[in-house]
Ligand binder design. Sequence first.
Ligand code: A2P
Length: 311
Amino acid sequence: MAEYFILNTGARIPSVGLGTSQAEPGVVEQAIYAAVKAGYRHIDCAPAYHNEKEIGLALKKIFEDGVVKREELFITSKLWCGNQAPEDVPEGIDATLKDLQLDYLDLFLIHSPVRSKKGATPNPENFLPLDIPATWGAMEKLYNSGKARAIGVSNFSCKKMEDLLAIAHVLPAVNQVESHPIWQQMKLRELCQSKGVHLSAYSPLGKARSPGFEGPTVLRNPIVVSIAEKLEKTPAQVALRWGLQMGQSVLPKSTNEARMKENLNIFYWSIPDDLMAQFSEIQQVKMLRAEFVVHPQGIYKSVEDFWDGEI
Ligand code: A2P
């Protein structure tokens, strides 16, 4: 298994990236520095995580100390939902570049099929109808300008992907979605792979979940645990390795150095075919359902609406 996947732009996306959602300011700066020193070459960021300034400080120090050069890192960030109007998209990437102290991103994603009024709190009363063709047109301009070396989307269902593919001049390089052994995304992965769109997995350990959600856990799933025991790996390593073998990059979040290293140690061994087959027996449950986008008078009347029934 290669340490990279190739995007439809020809660029290489490192197969393991560090997730930074809920990586608290005050901890994240040191964590990023430690991660890059440990071998991470891909950092997944977003202004919605409220920590890009600290990540920018870490990156500056990493380059100043000569740990790696800018071109050795793959940095992803995302368009904030209040910046989806086409005229506001350039400001969205510029704010992120300023905070991250970079002059380009390797990948810039539409964070979510949710658009809110500019500057307003992103709750359903402030949502506006989507205009993905217009937003995507502005994303294509960023790609053509070189500020975003690849562009893509996040949290797009099969239906939204198909709608986007029908109008795109620049094909999306990536769809970043929840994916782990308990929410495997078989249909979406198949669609994306057939169209040359790379699937990237956030929350690949299945730890992020809707508030109050009390469903099963990936790291205690009996199939994951038994495969881990057979291979003498941890359940986290098995969950991540399953993702790589399915052809997706994985973005585990950790600010703990030992766990970061554990999550990177998923190369040079593999899950044999007979054990891979067992994953298909795992009952599927979506853990991040995005109830916060739902409102009776809003754009999305139910979570089924938001995910186009793919839930
Ligand atoms: P921590 O930052 O303390 O390591 P996900 O990416 O699926 O959302 O999972 C992230 C969560 O899982 C974080 O709470 C993180 O905590 C924890 N985590 C990260 N790596 C591991 C691991 N190898 N084993 C157990 N928990 C982990």
